[in-house]
Structure formats: structure tokens, C-alpha cells
Write a protein that binds this ligand. Structure first.
Ligand SMILES: Nc1ncnc2c1ncn2[C@@H]1O[C@H](COP(=O)(O)OP(=O)(O)O)[C@@H](O)[C@H]1O
Ligand SMILES: [Mg+2]
Length: 265
């Protein structure tokens, strides 16, 4: 079955990414233990797992930013041997420069990439509109709320229209209400753009609320222990508990974490 995305024509430009038996050791310590996965073009996949299980390490490897010990990453079927450039990345910490306005922070990415500035500016403003922060384009990061800063980070990650987006606990530092709204806005943006997304989280609501598929990781050394295909209509509601199947998915993940002793009750 196809991933339930809104704009299949755009997804054709998105990338596919595959991990084959990825192992990462730091000295004698195994952080990622033989992980294989495949994310199709335009698919939204979350990686959920307890702190320290190797999620960030796996994402950095998938982005070509960290070497793997053994195994391979394939992007559009080709083995990755350098950092991916056709990608946008969002981290938990917004990493915005405080001496640049929101707009200029986004445009920095365009400058570094040598993109023509006028179309980049227009595109940045279009992204700001979609993310509900157009009114704050000329504000400095210190003048923005945490949620707005993360919205700027998302715009920065998309300014060059990459074929893939990787997000490492992007909403981890936000309050619950802000998280619910930004989750919804990200879902709408994704439905419109059809990007391939690898999303890292330890929130069940985010994983189930956003994904086509959820990959569940074991505690360290990280392995993928379950894969859940989320069959809920989009866009998904703020209160996911309205769907009986949300509770079934959530129970399944809780049961795994209980089995691994991550949840003890
Ligand atoms: N550069 C590194 N050197 C040594 N150990 C590391 C390094 N990066 C991560 N680790 C270790 O690998 C494990 C997984 O880390 P990480 O991928 O950050 O986990 P997660 O993102 O799931 O919380 C942790 O035990 C962490 O301490
Ligand atoms: Mg991490």
C-alpha cells in the first residue's frame, strides 16, 4: 500500500533511504547494533526509543555526518559515502544565530549554498507564511518564543527544497500545548510538500500522530524491535485518543518498553 501522502507528484522528487545492517561502535561500546530499515520516497517514518539507545547516532549516520562501523546507507539506491547535501536537518536546539533576524537565519542557509537570493527570500517568506511566523520575520531569536524558534529552524531546513528532512527530537524542549500545534503544522506542511522524513522522538503522540510507520528501538545497544504501520486518516487530531487504534499502537509500544524495563509499571 502507498504511504498516505497528499501530494504524490512532489513525492516523486523525494529521496528514498535505506540502512543495511548498520553497526556503530565507539571503542568497545556498541551504540547501534545491526539496524536495517527502508524509508520510501515521501514517507514519514519515526524512530522511537529510550534515551541513549542510539537514535541520534543512527540519524547522523543516515545523513552521512558520522561514519558507520559496518553496514551501509543507500540513498536512492546508491551507497552514501559523504555527508548528504540534499537534506534539511532540525535539532532539538534551534541553533539560530542571535545576531541575525529570523529571516536572515534562514537566508544564511541559502547564502552558504550559493542560491540566488531573491527567490530564496520569496521562498523563505512563503515558508514563514505556512508556518505562521511571517509577522516575526524581522525579529531576532531572543524575541521569539521556543515554538517560533523551532518554526524558523524548520523553514531553514526547507529553504533549499531538499528531498529529505531529518528531525532529531525537534519539539523536545517545547511545552505540551505548543508541541501539539507545531506537530499539526508540520503534518500539513509535509502533506503539501511530500518530503521523505526521518523523525526522531521519544513521544508516542508525536510518533503515532505524524508517521506512516514507527520504528521502535530497544535500549542500548540500539536495535529495531518493532515496526508499526500507522493507519489513521490525515490530518490527525490533537487528541489522538479519539481513535481506538491510537491506544492499540500506544499499548504495543508501552508493552515493548515494559519488556525492556524502560517502563517499570
Ligand atoms: N561520539 C561518541 N563517542 C562515544 N560515545 C557516543 C558518541 N555518540 C554517542 N555515544 C553513545 O552512544 C549511545 C547512543 O547515543 P545517542 O545516539 O545520542 O542516543 P539517543 O539519541 O537515542 O539518546 C550513548 O550511550 C552515547 O553516550
Ligand atoms: Mg538523541
Amino acid at each position: 500500500m502507498n504511504a498516505p501522502i497528499a501530494d504524490r507528484t512532489k513525492a516523486a522528487d523525494a529521496a528514498s533511504i535505506e540502512g543495511k545492517n548498520v553497526v556503530k561502535t565507539f571503542g568497545g561500546f556498541t551504540a547501534v547494533d545491526d539496524i536495517s530499515f527502508a524509508i520510501g520516497k515521501g514517507e514519514f517514518v519515526s524512530l522511537i526509543g529510550p534515551s541513549g539507545c542510539g537514535k541520534s547516532t543512527l540519524m547522523l549516520i543516515a545523513a552521512g555526518l558520522q561514519p558507520l562501523s559496518t553496514g551501509a546507507i543507500l540513498v536512492n539506491g546508491a551507497r552514501l559515502d559523504r555527508p548528504l547535501t540534499d537534506i534539511g536537518i532540525v535539532f532539538q536546539d534551534h541553533l539560530l544565530l542571535d545576531f541575525r533576524t529570523a529571516l536572515d537565519n534562514v537566508l544564511l542557509q541559502a547564502e552558504i549554498r550559493g542560491l540566488p537570493m531573491e527567490p530564496a527570500r520569496a521562498r523563505a517568506m512563503e515558508l514563514f507564511e505556512k508556518l505562521g511566523i511571517a509577522h516575526a520575520a524581522d525579529r531576532y531569536p531572543k524575541q521569539l518564543s521556543g515554538g517560533m524558534r523551532q518554526r524558523v529552524s524548520i523553514a531553514r531546513a526547507l529553504i533549499h527544497d531538499p528531498s529529505m528532512l531529518m528531525m532529531d527530537e525537534p519539539f523536545g524542549a517545547l511545552d505540551a500545548i505548543t508541541r501539539t500545534q507545531i506537530r499539526h503544522d508540520l503534518e500539513l506542511l509535509w502533506m503539501e510538500t511530500g518530503k521523505t522524513v526521518l523523525f526522531i522522538t521519544h513521544s508516542l503522540e508525536e510518533a503515532i500522530g505524524l508517521s506512516d510507520r514507527v520504528l521502535v528501538m530497544s535500549p542500548s545497544p540500539g536495535r529495531i524491535v518493532d515496526e508499526i504501520k500507522v493507519e489513521l486518516p490525515r490530518p490527525r487530531p490533537a487528541h489522538l485518543g479519539d481513535y481506538p487504534s491510537f491506544n492499540i499502537y500506544a499499548d504495543r509500544i508501552h508493552a515493548l518498553f515494559r519488556q525492556f524495563g524502560v517502563i517499570k509499571y
